[in-house]
Write a protein of this length. Structure first.
Length: 300
């Protein structure tokens, strides 16, 4: 099946008509109809049936649909990659990171970088780790910052700093003496907590440790972001376990925080392509992020 037939098939599925497909592909309607007929003749079966002026995929077409869509996605990824490869070397510094890091590290790092390189332009975005790997691999961004060990075989991953999971609570929850000590994880048994349902390595680790507590924590609200958990904690909803950057973002007086005992490590990683050596701007940016992160985690 030729690529132009695959593109036509996908365009008809997307638009719901041959006329709509012709517009998407910037060809005439007769040309689209003729190409569809050629594709069906070549395959030996119909791809679409005509029902009251509209086309509907046949059972055979439905079986092909998933693979056709995968091929189209691969072609689009290839086009994005070649487009990004053709960009001149003077392109901006392009950084993507998780939403948490975007709040606490990215703005300050960007401001400090531009003090050293005032003429540099910077493009910032936020993505979750899986989408971030794809973005860096396809050369849509240059650097990714994440708290996940992605293990992506086509990317180089370097450690910028190490911290630990923090327990956060509403103001006044713990006494001044308690705040000087780590929180034994067993103290969370039967405690009112914000549940974390984040589907990443850190979220899975937290859920695994909480699942071992007996009696189980009392969880009335579950959230999918650590920032939302922090907001609920600051309003008195209960205790939460979060990464050290989320614990320290925002008003320092809005939550109390204590490290857990035993300590659960959280690592800040930077990702980039191994075939693209970092230039001086990119190296400086990572150094700034490292210094900011280490300084932030050194504070109580």
């Amino acid at each position: 099946m030729r690529l132009r037939y695959i593109e036509l098939f996908h365009a008809i599925l997307t638009s719901g008509s041959i006329t709509g497909a012709a517009k998407l592909l910037d060809i005439s309607q007769p040309a689209a109809s003729k190409a569809l007929q050629h594709a069906e003749d070549q395959l030996g079966f119909a791809l679409f049936s005509r029902v009251r002026g509209r086309v509907q995929p046949t059972p055979q077409a439905q079986l092909l649909r998933e693979r056709i869509e995968n091929i189209i996605q691969e072609v689009q990824d290839l086009e994005r990659l070649t487009t990004n490869m053709s960009q001149p070397g003077s392109s901006p510094l392009r950084v993507t990171c998780t939403p948490t890091l975007a709040q606490v590290l990215l703005p300050s790092a960007t401001v400090l970088l531009r003090k050293t390189f005032p003429d540099v332009t910077v493009e910032l975005s936020t993505e979750h780790s899986a989408a971030m790997c794809e973005s860096v691999t396809l050369r849509e961004t240059d650097i990714g910052l994440t708290l996940q060990d992605t293990g992506h075989q086509n990317l180089r991953q370097r450690v910028l700093c190490r911290g630990q999971v923090m327990a956060i609570a509403p103001p006044g929850w713990w006494s001044p003496g308690e705040l000087t000590q780590p929180l034994p994880i067993g103290a969370l048994a039967s405690q009112s907590m914000i549940g974390i349902t984040v589907r990443d390595a850190l979220g899975s680790m937290l859920q695994s440790h909480l699942a071992k507590l007996d009696p189980a924590p009392k969880i009335a609200v579950a959230v999918q972001t650590y920032q939302l958990a922090r907001s609920l904690v600051s309003q008195g909803e209960g205790v939460a376990l979060v990464d050290p950057f989320t614990a320290r973002c925002g008003d320092a007086n809005s939550v109390q925080m204590r490290p857990l005992k035993p300590s659960l490590e959280v690592v800040l990683y930077a990702m980039h392509r191994p075939d693209s050596p970092l230039d001086r701007v990119q190296k400086r940016f990572l150094n700034v992020v490292r210094q900011l992160a280490q300084g932030m985690l050194a504070k109580r």
